[in-house]
Write a protein that binds this ligand. Structure first.
Ligand SMILES: Nc1ncnc2c1ncn2[C@@H]1O[C@H](COP(=O)(O)OP(=O)(O)OP(=O)(O)O)[C@@H](O)[C@H]1O
Length: 318
């Protein structure tokens, strides 16, 4: 597995986007967009439909060539460089695309092995199998999910399989594009728990595109808001709420935003009542990595977390 570069100071941004411009024909998507992502945080990225959240992610990971601007990841520029030049950078991130993007003709285990085979072609089959099994269980899938094909999985299991593939190379940085879209509230809450557990136990930084207010409240350290072709604000939800931008106010203070807050408050109260010892340990930082890892290895599908199930009206979110 890769040895990660320890030369950079911890407070240097893990992603730095400066002056980004993207356009398709005469449609300008981003203009002079700046964004910094801090090491170890879960940064939620929100914005109206079509504001360019996915295009931003694709620009950062090199799948979209911007017309102007600079992108640095791990302190290294990523634009206008060959695939060969960026291979060491690309090994250090994992991506879960919208919808999972699993190869339908490969099993779950084979999907997880794709990045391993790409970047480490000399790994022997036994080791590939072992790593894939570990990642499958790590994301809360049953151990027998490995030989299954994507068509045999539920929507939530597909997301977990996509996440297992994104984690195949032990990345430092994880990109998640609408990971809870289409999941029922319980499955979505479980996926949030898993993401948070991965951040805590593996020290991951997460760039998380979402429309899901519950996710923002439950697990994001900061939120970046895309509007007017750029990032108009980045901060905690409380910091964003102090701004009087109409989209921000409508988004966080509208009925769905208020329901998400109420849901989080119910969830926190229930957790405190049900697990007073665990809550005390978490608050004082005493919970061991092992027990947290065990939690997500068991899968968190039984956790409700009081999500605002009724808010969407359909029971599905996203
Ligand atoms: N390859 C492309 N060619 C032309 N237009 C594109 C391309 N990719 C994206 N766009 C356009 O760029 C705009 C932003 O798309 P993007 O997918 O980033 O939006 P988004 O904010 O992620 O939206 P949503 O929340 O609906 O997923 C859209 O108008 C889209 O049609």
């Amino acid at each position: 597995m890769p040895q990660h570069n320890a030369r950079r100071p911890d407070d240097a941004p893990i992603i730095k986007v400066t002056g980004l411009r993207n356009e398709f024909g005469d449609q300008v998507i981003h203009d002079n967009l700046d964004l910094e992502v801090r090491r170890g945080e879960i940064l939620g990225v929100v914005g109206g439909s079509g504001t360019g959240k996915s295009v931003l992610m694709r620009s950062i990971i090199g799948l979209q060539s911007p017309t102007q601007g600079e992108v640095e990841v791990f302190g290294e520029p990523t634009l206008d460089r060959s695939e060969h030049d960026t291979v060491e950078i690309r090994k250090r991130w994992g991506v879960l695309f919208q919808g999972g993007a699993l190869f339908s003709t490969l099993t779950v285990a084979e999907n997880v092995q794709v990045p391993l085979r790409e970047f480490y072609p000399d790994l022997d089959l036994a080791l590939l199998d072992e790593i894939a099994s570990y990642k499958v269980v790590m994301t809360g899938l049953p151990a027998d999910a490995g030989p299954k094909f994507p068509a045999e999985l539920s929507g939530g299991m597909k997301k977990r399989a996509g996440l297992a593939r994104a984690l195949a190379l032990d990345p430092e940085l994880l990109f998640l594009d609408e990971p809870t879209a289409g999941l029922d509230p319980i499955g979505a809450a479980a996926f949030d728990d898993l993401t948070k557990a991965l951040q805590k136990t593996l020290g991951l930084t997460v760039f998380l595109i979402t429309h899901d207010l519950d996710t923002l409240y439950a697990i994001c350290d900061r939120v970046a808001v895309l509007a007017d072709k750029r990032v108009i604000a980045v901060g905690t939800i409380d910091e964003l709420l102090a701004l009087d931008h109409p989209w921000i106010q409508e988004y966080f203070n509208g009925p769905r935003g208020r329901a998400a807050v109420a849901s989080q408050e119910r969830s926190a109260a229930r957790d405190a009542a049900a697990h007073p010892t665990e809550v005390t340990q978490l608050q004082s930082g005493q919970r061991s990595q092992g027990s947290m890892a065990d939690d997500y290895a068991r899968g968190a599908d039984t956790t409700d977390h009081g999500r605002s199930a009724g808010v969407t009206g359909s029971g599905e979110r996203g």
